[in-house]
Design a protein around this ligand. Sequence first.
Ligand SMILES: C[S@@+](CC[C@H](N)C(=O)[O-])C[C@H]1O[C@@H](n2cnc3c(N)ncnc32)[C@H](O)[C@@H]1O
Length: 256
Amino acid sequence: MFELQNQDCLVALDQLRDASVDLVIADPPYRLGKDYGNESDKLTPTVFLAWMEQWLLKTIPKIKATGSLYLFATWQHSPEIFSFLKRHMLMVNEIIWDRRVPSMGGTTRKFSSVHDNIGFFAKQAGYYFDLDPVRVPYDSITKKARTRSLFVGKKWLEVGYNPKDVWSISRLHRIHRERQNHPTQKPLELIERMIKSSCPMDGLVLDPFAGSGTTLEAAIKNGRRAVGFEMNPVYCQLIHNRLTSTTRKSQQGHLY
Ligand SMILES: C[S@@+](CC[C@H](N)C(=O)[O-])C[C@H]1O[C@@H](n2cnc3c(N)ncnc32)[C@H](O)[C@@H]1O
């Protein structure tokens, strides 16, 4: 079940009930000058940071006491934004998303940047978190190497290890099967890990910057409810088309 509103999140957030959201996944414009059919990625640094604080202050009260928030950012602005958020929420992790960018040319005056910074914040210490659905299976070589009696029958060897805070997941190249017509679409695998670990079944996920609808699709696919806001009507239509096919495929019982 999902709801999508073609609105500026600053307006739409006011309509949400306080303490109603289990998980916020927010992937706002990074201030990289991308064309989202609006000027949202072209703000000056000062205006950008003030705007970030404005929508975050509207978002935080919507989160339940057990809820949490994942915020995508770049290294250029994450220090200021995460410091600001630490005054209002509990910082749990900084996740580094390694986009697995292949070797490339580009500037020779600095190192090539190939990661995004994701801040994971909770409303308070008793936040919901379930590691089991996102454990990483051990490969057969590691399992074989742990055959000493000390390890035999150990649960952790069977259920997999705790995911680390560096997530190496390929960005979506142009011909990827998930790819939609949106410049900064995130991979489902990345968003699904957040949802499975940080939102209870049937819980509510909020995405204030829905883009191509990745969060909404990941939520539906995993039995969570979702609400999304997106300013650009063309992207809203894209999301509707994407989710219609997801829902239909899901009902047929062979989504992927
Ligand atoms: C980085 S993209 C999100 C991409 C998305 N996570 C995905 O996987 O497709 C940011 C989106 O936020 C939208 N946007 C920018 N400012 C907004 C605002 N104030 N309210 C709602 N949407 C906004 C842009 O149009 C853009 O589609």
